[in-house]
Design a protein around this ligand. Structure first.
Ligand SMILES: [Zn+2]
Length: 548
């Protein structure tokens, strides 16, 4: 108690001194208000918006709301044709289960796998019917990582075969691990090794993060790709004639006759050294896909910088506006409102934008604010924007992403996921110090968060980026954020229950979160030097090889 009293006394005593130290950030920081964040979240997560599914009417209304907020703040449209919108061409596809099949053959006998129990197929965005019969090889995690001296394909020949792999990656440094866990990279790598199909095998680690029965529930949600000008789907590898997921039960059957058990494979994965070997089964998959094309907007606004030389560069804020829409009911509710995921991040982005817009002297660099679509369908809106930006690609010098501000406890620390790869780490350090917060390392590296939200789309274009989230520190032993988070992840995350009625929303914490985001952008925008990747950094080398 003494410590608390002393702190309060010190604050009161030194108030005039603090006031004397006031700078340009004081007023905009104070302008960010809990009620404003709450109000924006309440609107965006209202049942009327029907869960803001990508390319749905609810998402369109949400996009209009964000654009009108931007306009009211005095921001300039930075989408296409002088509007606030960048229309993203999107293909939504589902699998026609009745027209699809999967069988395994071994020594002349054939078994039929059961959809939704043994396996799930991923629709093919370029072919309505596709068929493949081929031997299968198990290739560990399916990773080839020369910089880490690691190659799952070293001892297996995948040419002309279907490749089966595990989720995740070996014990590389956190973000490198996250990068190599990415499905697109594993599929690309399978193709590079001559594979003709790709199967993801369930293991207990994946079961813990995303249970197979959740996958089954989520097939009600269409899979999506964005289309380029020629109509080609993004991250599409036509060499792969099947892409699917096998449950543990399905994998058991796939491994039959191989001389290896699934348990051996799981044990290898627990030690981060899964084996790789050819399987005995020949697999036959037929995938029938049904699709429709639509457009869904990113909402883009800009605020011009005040320094004639630096204003040509942009600090880019992003937050995803879409959520899962209407889907499988849980406890009688079928609207996936997405209050924390991610009305919270959009509300924070709006308040950050409003704070900047109210500054009498604007930051030196320009700012870009993007509420992206299609995040839940695989970072589509951000990837489309980062690949086809409405400003020049080289003018975007940093990305600050705000996704899932889990405002369920008083905020004492933040996690700037990925900031450690660039000089943005120092920016986060300065911002948190000023707000009497601390910056903590990723408390859940196994969740591979760095590749799971929109910052990763910018990283892949070589732009230093981080995603801001709440840390797990608490000086009150009665509050255990890690436990609260675990509970939330299991019961609320991607459930219809992520709405404004969930208990414990702390809008003071949300305000501090938004203030941190604001300050990080302000410091970046005013820094004479644009952020740079740290020398020798993995992502800098992988995605920005030409950068100094
Ligand atoms: Zn989500």
């Amino acid at each position: 108690m003494a410590t608390r009293y002393f702190l309060v006394a010190a604050l009161v005593l030194f108030l005039p001194l603090r006031a004397a130290l006031a700078d340009e950030a004081d007023a905009p920081l104070k302008s960010i208000k809990p009620a404003a964040i709450r109000a924006d979240m309440r609107f965006l997560s209202d049942d009327l918006l029907e869960g803001r599914g990508t390319a749905s009417r609810g998402h369109e209304i949400a996009a209009r709301f964000v654009a009108s907020q931007f306009e009211g703040m005095g921001l300039k449209p930075a989408g296409e044709n002088g509007s606030f919108y960048q229309q993203v061409p999107i293909r939504s596809l589902t699998v026609d289960e009745a027209g699809s099949s999967a069988t395994l053959s071994f020594k002349g006998s054939t078994v039929t796998l059961n959809a939704r129990e043994d396996y799930l197929l991923v629709g093919d965005p370029g072919r309505r019917q596709v068929d493949i019969e081929a031997p299968v090889v198990f290739a560990g995690y399916g990773i080839t990582a020369p910089s880490q001296g690691y190659d799952d394909y070293k001892h297996v020949d995948a040419k002309g075969k279907i490749v089966a792999v595990l989720f995740g990656a070996p014990n590389f440094p956190t973000a490198v691990k996250a990068h190599y866990s990415a499905s697109w990279l594993k599929r690309q790598n399978a193709v590079a090794h001559g594979a003709v199909g790709y199967l993801l095998i369930y293991d207990p680690a994946l079961e813990n993060i995303y249970p197979f029965k959740m996958q089954v529930r989520d097939i009600a949600l269409p899979k999506r790709n964005w289309l380029d000008r020629e109509g080609h789907p993004n991250q599409y590898y036509p060499a792969l004639k099947v892409v699917g997921v096998l449950s543990a039960a399905g994998a058991q059957q796939l491994f039959a006759g191989s001389g290896h058990t699934l348990e051996q494979v799981y044990a290898g994965a627990r030690n981060h050294k899964p084996p790789a070997f050819a399987l005995a089964q020949t697999a036959h998959f037929h995938t029938a896909s049904v699709w429709s094309d639509a457009k869904s907007p990113n909402v883009v606004a800009k605020l011009d910088g005040s320094d004639p030389a630096l204003a040509v560069q942009y600090v880019v804020y992003s937050a995803h506006l879409d959520h899962l829409g209407i889907s499988t009911p849980v406890d009688g509710d079928d609207i996936y409102n997405g209050a924390l995921d991610n009305a919270s991040g959009v509300a924070a982005l709006l308040e950050v934008a409003r704070a900047f817009a109210g500054m009498p002297i604007k930051p030196k660099r320009s700012l870009l604010f993007i509420a992206v679509t299609g995040e839940e369908a695989g970072l589509l809106g951000s990837d489309y924007f980062a690949s086809n930006p409405t400003v020049s690609k080289s003018s975007m010098i940093a990305n600050i992403n705000m996704d899932e501000d889990v405002m369920l406890w008083p905020l004492e620390d933040v996690v700037a996921l990925g900031a450690e790869h660039s000089t943005l780490e120092g920016v986060v350090e300065r911002a948190t110090q000023r707000l009497h917060l601390v910056s903590s390392p990723d408390p859940q590296p196994e969740q591979v968060g760095f590749i799971r939200s929109d910052q990763y789309s910018f990283v892949r274009q070589g732009i230093p980026a981080f995603s801001l989230s709440a840390g797990f520190k608490s000086d009150d032993p009665a509050i255990q954020p890690a436990k609260i988070m675990e509970e939330w992840d299991h019961k609320i995350y991607h459930h219809p229950q992520d709405d404004m009625q969930q208990g414990g929303l702390n809008f003071d914490a949300a305000t501090l979160y938004a203030q941190t985001g604001f300050l990080c952008g302000l410091l970046t925008a005013n820094d004479p030097n644009a952020p740079s990747w740290k020398p020798g950094d993995f992502f800098g080398i992988a995605f920005a090889p030409g950068a100094k």
